[in-house]
Design a protein around this ligand. Structure first.
Ligand code: TMP
Length: 212
């Protein structure tokens, strides 16, 4: 992976944290700085990955084992990396991804209770040394996020989880940020959109200034 030329930026957050709107802004900021940006998402991002996403988010397999869920996430990720992310980065394109492996630590680790050491083994196996260069975590209280997500559409298999599941997911994201403050930046997504976006502009601006 030593020939990587593009930057890899990921955006994370609990349910209803406003990822879509803010991903659009980040893409615009990167493009305005002259970068070619590939926008993609996880689980998904490839034809096979999107099929795996449907299995993971749909209710057909309610009650799937946590290990199955974990392996499907990494199955989709392996395909995504080999078909899309790594070729783009090698070509010098920047990749902006809606969720990545921090979501696995938060949801399958924090939410489902899988030992992070097991996740780490899969991370190393599937990604080798590839990690995001910058991660933004859109953080907000659980009640606020679930209310926003609930207004949009029928809850998917994750959105149907109980309150404590999301509490654990949130705490795990905040732990990840605390342990890796250089890469992971927490955005207070409970504030009005203009204030959320000004935090994002600062974080992206600071990152861009380190890339020149
Ligand atoms: P979203 O990206 O549209 O919010 O939906 C994806 C869902 O999948 C979300 O509830 C988080 C979950 N997820 C995991 O549980 N583990 C993962 O590794 C990823 C990428 C997503």
């Amino acid at each position: 992976m030593s020939e990587i030329k593009g930057k890899f930026i990921t955006v994370e957050g609990g349910e209803g944290a406003g990822k879509s709107t803010n991903l659009d802004l980040i893409k615009q900021l990167l493009e305005a700085a002259g970068q070619q940006v590939l926008f993609t998402r996880e689980p998904g991002g490839t034809p096979l990955g999107e099929e795996i996403r449907n299995l993971l988010l749909g209710h057909k397999h309610d009650g799937m084992a946590a290990e199955t869920e974990l392996l499907l996430m990494f199955g989709a990720r392996a395909e995504h990396l080999s078909q899309k992310i790594v070729p783009a980065l090698n070509a010098g394109t920047w990749v902006l991804c809606d969720r990545f492996t921090d979501a696995t630590y938060a949801y399958q680790g924090g939410g489902r209770g899988i030992d992070p050491k097991r996740i780490q083994i899969l991370e190393q196996w599937v990604q080798h040394d590839l990690r995001p260069d910058l991660t933004l975590v859109l953080d907000l209280p659980i009640e606020m996020g679930l209310e926003r997500a609930g207004k949009r559409s029928a809850p998917d298999r994750f959105e149907s989880e109980a309150h404590h599941f999301f509490q654990n997911v949130r705490e795990r994201y905040l732990d990840i940020a605390k342990n890796d403050p250089k890469r992971v930046k927490v955005i207070d997504a409970s504030l009005p959109l203009t204030q959320v976006q000004s935090q994002i502009k600062t974080v992206v601006g600071d990152f861009l200034s380190t890339c020149v």
